[in-house]
Design a protein around this ligand. Sequence first.
Ligand code: SF4
Length: 77
Amino acid sequence: MPILTEIQNRREFLRTCARNLTLTGLSLFGGAMLLRKHDDRSKHVCINEFICSGCGVFSDCILPQAMSAKVKNTPQR
Ligand code: SF4
């Protein structure tokens, strides 16, 4: 009977290891999903009705309208 008990203990040990590895993996995946970077553009909103000319935050703005205006204002070679 001790051999059967040892086998059952080994199986239980392997099950516990597999369970713990699965939980660790799920925890790491969940943590990575929570900490991943989001697109910064989704947080920005226009404060000047998309009239970029004379806007106070034009130099730091990353919205598409401002980026387009910056490209248009860049001197061409
Ligand atoms: S610079 Fe940015 S915030 Fe200002 S008007 Fe243009 S898009 Fe809007």
